[in-house]
Design a protein around this ligand. Structure first.
Ligand SMILES: [Zn+2]
Ligand SMILES: [Zn+2]
Length: 655
């Protein structure tokens, strides 16, 4: 009997898996051709694969007695069958799992982004039929997502639980936490809560949209608690590379969850106070069910560098700048850094000009909100710089990541309208390249050096301080909060694993640490933490103004074109007898240099003529077969000659 059930489960597993794959492919192709507004399920496929990975991982850690039951879930909207992996003890029923022994409801934590990746952070806290969303970020695309501008979380799951959403609470104003908001608001009308600077930055973002931001944006002060449905949410001051960052303590009917947000502990911060450690300790005493903790710097031992150390390095550098103009590139959102630059400029009686749209906006907003202080006559417009001598100026600019359209990149390329670089410039790049950006940053540095300027960058001085907690700070937060369960968030797998190792040093065993993947439903109760389900999650790609209209098929084409180019075969045939009217035309782009490949092209033309000849005759129905054969025969021939696989397009016109 058991054997029989087991076989059925395996059979169903295989059947569903194949079904998912084929449906998804069909779907993305359909999307590409007809429907520009539909959302692409780009990682559904990946999810089914990673589901297997998850269960394997859990197999290793959990007791071997446990069994996996696989339940097909029919998604109404997309008609894609998905598997939900539900784990339970062999002799327990599902009801047992959702209610713990003292009848407190379980609290579910679901990440729609930010697990096993850097960026597009988004976490759901779900309890008693209500959901709070924490952050809604974006990520920049990897190199293999050709032509994609921005990546945001897949919101499909939110559609299913739309009526449960009580609101969106924000931890801070970085793009990887707020960048997805305009796209989220297109689909869901929900209230948003955050501190003044965070809300100010969101408001700037929404200005370009038709959304009435005043109605939905709500400013909360650090230290304040708000009530949303069954949840009470306390905003707790932390330190980070942008002011007004907070951790969130969410009290739900099932217990308390603390989410650190991006944080570090800076005992000598520049514009704010040290993180509210006293409050963390109090909350810890009252009892916390789970702590969700930033993992970005968990690989680094010790403590993060204080922002004020950067100031000391600036001081040393400024003493070397005699007679020179100073240009400093940093993140627009790093208001503390900008404040230190302003302080030195004022001290050395230099004027400040700001270049780059996001830098100009942030400086204005931070000044308005009282996070940035400078005297009115310090700041001059970038158009005015020619009225001053080089040593009377500091220019603060965007482009510390080498972004191609940024102000610094334009200066390096000699295309910046107001700033031309010469040997009278000292350029300081005050930021570490985000992984993946190293090449572009190096390119910009080389161009700036070629123009004769002096360039100082990260590895030379301590001119950047990370905004994320290192191991000692994680240990401190853990010791203050003393949660029952610890869940590393925000980081690639290696970061999450290191963060878990830090918790283990403090005596947390495997049963109290949960390593989850994007889409996993992590259920916390008094008795245990379990991954009980998997929801639809992944990436939605934004290409220009189209959201989610670039699917697997489009990407595959772009990758194909990028790696081997394309060949177009144009044949004009007689509409009656299907015979060639003239010699086939071969056009190639990014494949071979045509002039050097006359022989190859001639051969291709001959093959094409032969195939057209074979299909000539009165039977028009065979003409789609003609195209297929042209593609495959010529593809094979080109591969045999060049070992390349260009994309082959055919154009057969009947005249
Ligand atoms: Zn951040
Ligand atoms: Zn972040």
């Amino acid at each position: 009997m058991y054997m029989y059930v087991y076989i059925i489960i395996i059979w169903r597993d295989i059947y569903l898996k194949e079904n998912v794959y084929s449906k998804i492919n069909l779907e993305s192709i359909k999307t590409e051709e007809t429907d520009a507004s539909s959302v692409t399920k780009i990682t559904s496929k990946k999810n089914s694969v990673s589901k297997r990975k998850t269960s394997v991982r859990r197999n290793k850690t959990d007791a071997a007695k446990e069994a996996i039951s696989i339940v097909p879930v029919q998604d109404k909207k997309t008609n894609v069958k998905r598997r939900a992996v539900r784990r339970s003890n062999t002799n327990s029923v599902r009801n047992k799992e959702t209610a713990s022994s003292n009848d407190l409801p379980t609290v579910q934590v679901i990440s729609l982004g930010g697990l096993e990746e850097i960026g597009k952070n988004m976490t759901l806290i779900r309890c008693s039929g209500q959901v709070l969303i924490i952050d809604c970020g974006m990520a920049f695309p990897d190199d293999d997502l050709l032509g994609i501008d921005v990546v945001i979380p897949d919101f499909s799951y939110l559609e299913n639980i739309k009526d449960e959403i009580v609101g969106l609470a924000l931890t801070h104003g970085h793009e990887d936490h707020i960048g997805g908001i305009p796209f989220l608001l297109e689909k869901f009308n929900i209230p948003i809560y955050g501190t003044a600077l965070t809300i100010g930055l969101v408001k700037n973002k929404l200005e370009e949209t038709a959304i009435d931001s005043d109605k939905i944006l709500h400013v909360v002060k650090a230290g304040q608690t708000i009530q949303l449905g069954e949840f009470s949410i306390e905003f707790i001051h932390t330190n980070h590379s942008i002011p007004d960052s907070v951790a969130l303590c969410i009290t739900t009917p099932g217990g308390r969850i603390v989410h650190t947000g991006d944080f570090k502990i800076d005992y000598t911060p520049v514009v704010e106070e040290t993180a509210d450690l006293r409050r963390f300790a109090e909350i810890g005493k009252q009892g916390v069910l789970a702590l969700l903790c930033d993992s970005t710097n968990a690989e680094r031992p010790g403590n993060s560098v204080s922002e004020s150390v950067v100031g000391a390095s600036f001081e040393a550098l400024f003493s070397r700048t005699e007679g020179k103009r100073v240009i400093i590139a940093t993140f627009a959102s790093n208001v503390q850094r900008i404040q230190q630059i302003v302080d030195f400029a004022e001290h050395h009686k230099r004027k400040i000009a700001v270049s780059g749209r996001s830098m100009i906006n942030t400086v204005a907003l931070a000044k308005e909100l009282g996070y940035l202080h400078y005297s009115e006559d310090t700041l001059i417009a970038i158009e005015e710089i020619n009225r001053y001598k080089p040593d009377e100026l500091v220019i603060i600019t965007t482009g510390s990541q080498g972004e191609p359209m940024s102000a610094l990149a334009r200066m390096a390329a000699g295309t910046h309208r107001q700033v031309s670089i010469s040997k009278q410039d000292m350029i300081i790049i005050s930021a570490t390249p985000i992984p993946g950006n190293e090449k572009t940053v190096t390119g910009v540095i080389n161009s700036l050096l070629k123009l004769g300027s002096d360039v100082v960058y990260e590895s030379m001085y301590e001119i950047h301080a990370s905004g994320h907690a290192c191991q000692n700070e994680i240990k401190l937060i853990l010791s203050l909060i003393r949660p029952r369960y610890f869940m590393p968030v925000h980081g690639e797998y290696k970061h999450l694993l290191r963060n878990a190792a830090v918790a283990k040093q403090l005596g947390y065993d495997d049963k109290r640490i949960v390593l989850a993947e994007i889409g996993d439903v992590v259920s916390f109760s008094d008795q245990h933490v379990k991954i009980t389900d998997k929801v639809e999650s992944g990436k939605t790609l934004v290409d220009g103004i189209g959201v989610g209209d670039v699917g697997v098929a489009v990407l595959r084409d772009r990758q194909h074109l990028a790696s081997d180019g394309m060949v177009l075969i144009v044949c004009s045939i007689d509409q009656n007898d299907g015979k060639l009217i003239s010699e086939p035309d071969i056009i190639s782009r990014g494949f071979v240099y045509m002039k050097d490949s006359e022989e190859l092209i001639k051969q291709v033309k001959d093959i094409a003529s032969g195939i057209v000849d074979k299909y000539s005759g009165n039977d028009r129905r065979r003409r789609s077969e003609l195209k297929n054969e042209l593609r495959s025969e010529i593809g094979n021939y080109l591969y045999s000659k060049t070992k390349r696989n260009p994309m082959i397009l055919t154009l057969v016109t009947e005249i």
